[in-house]
Design a protein. Structure first.
Length: 667
């Protein structure tokens, strides 16, 4: 970083200290936020962009959209504004280096590390896409790696403010952008979230090979290759690239958006499958590409043999050296050769299509079975997409009260790892969310807002404030709904009418923020951080704000205190006792309580009558542990002693002479 020679202060708050980087549309500085006394990153737009009013308006909208994104893998936008005609964005200062520098230093990254980084970037893109923000400029320079290995994506939504056609004619930093263009960006047509998926595929390609898939002298030349040329297979540049990861990359980089992953969450799931050593859904795409390449090579060799030459003759324009012949004879030979070439190509294509069809029907390549994918813990929509992609059908789904978030898959039947085949039905057990118990609403009328807050919090109730004009003391509760002594479910928001103390403001949403970010947001709203407590959470990560009291949107007085609850990570749960249950029932029960890391061992020292059932477990049922803990169940697989045939038939009943039990046929 270069120290700033003449420090400048933007909006009387942000003091520039160091120049971090220069880009195609802005310079990035490290600055000090004088108000909160913390370092921030300040992106200052070039003056020529600031005079374009249309661009400034687009920039304002996109900056606001990016400021609403709150995700562990996204660099948050704190503020934006204008100072003396210069526009700027204020972001979190990330102490790390861009992925582009890491690639330059290493040449290429190991496949597991590249997949891990790609999965984090895909998680950030998935979150942004769900909130209506498409990045449009995914590249290594916009991916930051902290010293402790965290992955953060920056510049969300900002690229939209730049006109794509103009950027293709620029030089310098824009050259890097064209390197990661999707074909639809290069053609200047409308883009959606799948354009970001293509760009991320290019980034992962570069991570594992050390270079971009398409190179050229100008941005236009590079963009043209994205539209027309097929990229080299990663293993051709780095033989160490695993076939599974190569298949994921090539599916993400498909020319047609419809042939890519449908969304970033699907790409992330496939990268995680690769990282965990499980089959990826993109394997078939990779296999098809390899088979096509082999077929083309075979066709080339066959053509050479058919034309009577011992060397390989290219398909496009065969060159044959032979003695002089009659022109008419030569023309006839050329026609014959062309016909043979066409017939061979057609034959090879038919063979390839036939092989693929037979494989898809299970007649070749094994018995058509594969391991049931593990979708426990995924949202039901993602799980269903994964299962359907594997050719499985969705059977009956049941809802179950559980501590996990509503819509989360708790168990499947068949269970993960069991052999299944295309067309098999899979039933899902899905969480309907935690159960809610009933509490008595305390009487807080006449109490101060601080006392009312404590009483409601002790009863596991929230509250919302409506300020009203009153002769009562400021900040005292005038009325409440539900009324005192009424029954309500835990978490119910009690509406409080509070005497008006003056200026008011709504409480901002700080859930999933770090405590520092939450403090910044509250300070920006004219509020103070009140009592901060810690509590476990199965939905909010460790160290992040899991709740505020009053809740988001509640109208409170200026300078009021807002209590924060900070997550300590997943909650403990009681391990159910599954001794005596069948293996499938035991696994479903454990997974239903959140224990997905279940190991099943077969034991033979047991009563044969218990075959197939759990005879012991560790930890024992009734003990408490985090849901990420491993649970081992031992399944009885004893060999039953051979049965002894009786030597006599003394017990055989003597046949009777009557047929009283035989029904009489009707006429």
């Amino acid at each position: 970083m270069e120290p700033v020679q003449t420090p400048r202060v933007f909006s009387n708050r942000y003091e520039l200290t160091h120049l971090i980087a220069r880009g195609g549309m802005a310079q990035v500085y490290r600055a000090r936020d004088r108000l909160l006394d913390r370092p921030v990153a300040l992106k200052v737009l070039f003056p020529e962009l600031s005079v374009d009013r249309a661009f400034v308006e687009r920039f304002r909208r996109e900056a606001q959209a990016a400021a609403n994104l709150s995700h562990p893998n996204i660099v948050p936008v704190f503020d934006w504004g204008e100072d003396s005609g210069t526009y700027f964005i204020v972001m979190e200062f990330v102490d790390g280096r861009p992925l582009s520098a890491l690639i330059r230093a290493s040449g290429s990254l190991p496949a597991p590390r590249a997949a891990e980084i790609g999965a984090h970037v895909a998680a950030a893109l998935s979150y942004a896409h769900r909130h209506g923000v498409v990045h449009r400029d995914v590249k290594p320079g916009n991916v930051l790696i902290t010293d402790d290995g965290q992955v953060k994506v920056t510049d969300f939504g900002i690229a939209r403010a730049i006109n794509t056609e103009e950027s293709l004619t620029q030089t310098g930093a824009v050259m890097g952008t064209a390197t990661y263009f999707s074909p639809e960006q290069a053609e200047g047509v409308g883009v959606d979230a799948r354009s970001d998926i293509y760009s991320l595929g290019v980034v992962i390609f570069e991570m594992v090979t050390g270079r971009a898939p398409f190179l050229g002298d100008t941005p236009v030349a590079v963009a043209s290759k994205h539209v027309r040329d097929q990229p080299p297979l990663p293993h051709e540049l780095n033989p160490a690239v695993p076939a599974a990861l190569e298949a994921v990359i090539m599916k993400a980089m498909a020319k047609s958006p419809d042939q890519r992953y449908a969304n970033a969450e699907e790409l992330r799931a496939d990268l995680l499958r690769f990282s965990e050593g499980r089959p990826v859904v993109a394997t078939e795409v990779g296999a098809t590409q390899v088979q096509t390449a082999v077929a083309a090579a075979a066709a080339t060799q066959v053509v050479g043999q058919v034309t009577g030459r011992t060397h390989v003759v290219p398909l496009a324009d065969p060159v044959v050296v032979e003695e002089a012949v009659d022109p008419e004879e030569e023309a006839r030979r050329k026609r014959t050769r062309r016909l043979v070439v066409m017939l061979v190509i057609l034959l090879v294509a038919l063979v390839v299509v036939g092989l693929l069809l037979l494989k898809s029907l299970g007649y070749i390549g094994g018995n058509g079975t594969f391991a049931m994918p593990n979708v426990v813990g995924q949202p039901a929509s993602s799980a269903i997409a994964t299962l359907q992609h594997d050719g499985l059908t969705i059977g009956a789904s049941t809802q179950k009260v559980d501590a996990q978030k509503a819509g989360t898959v708790l168990a499947t039947n068949p269970v993960a790892g069991k052999s299944v085949k295309k067309g098999d039905s899979v039933s899902l057990s899905v969480s309907s969310g935690p159960s809610a118990r009933t509490v008595v609403v305390p009487n807080v009328v006449g109490q101060s807002l601080t006392t009312a807050e404590a009483l409601l919090q002790a009863a596991n109730l929230g509250y919302r404030v409506r300020l009203v004009q009153s002769t009562q003391p400021a900040n005292s509760v005038i009325s409440q709904s539900p009324s005192a002594n009424a029954s309500a479910r835990t978490g119910t928001q009690v509406q409080l009418s509070v005497s008006n103390p003056g200026a008011t403001t709504p409480v901002p949403n700080v859930v999933s923020d770090t405590p520092a970010q939450a403090g910044s947001a509250l300070a920006g709203a004219g509020l103070q951080v009140g009592n901060t407590t810690q509590a476990c959470s199965n939905s909010i990560g460790n160290g992040l704000v899991s709740a505020s009291n009053p809740g988001a949107g509640t109208t409170v007085a200026k300078n009021a205190s807002v209590a924060l609850s900070v997550s300590t990570g997943p909650c403990n749960a009681v391990i159910p006792n599954v001794v005596g249950d069948s293996q499938s029932t035991a696994q479903s029960t454990l997974q239903g309580q959140g224990f997905t890391n279940v190991t099943a061992n077969n034991v033979t020292s047991c009563d044969p009558a218990s075959n197939g059932n759990v005879v012991s477990q560790s930890p024992t049922g009734g003990s408490s542990a985090q849901t990420s803990s491993s649970v081992t169940i031992n399944i009885c697989q004893a060999t039953a002693p051979p049965s002894t045939s009786p030597t006599t038939s003394t017990t055989t009943p003597t046949p009777t002479t009557t047929s009283t039990t035989t029904p009489t046929p009707t006429t």
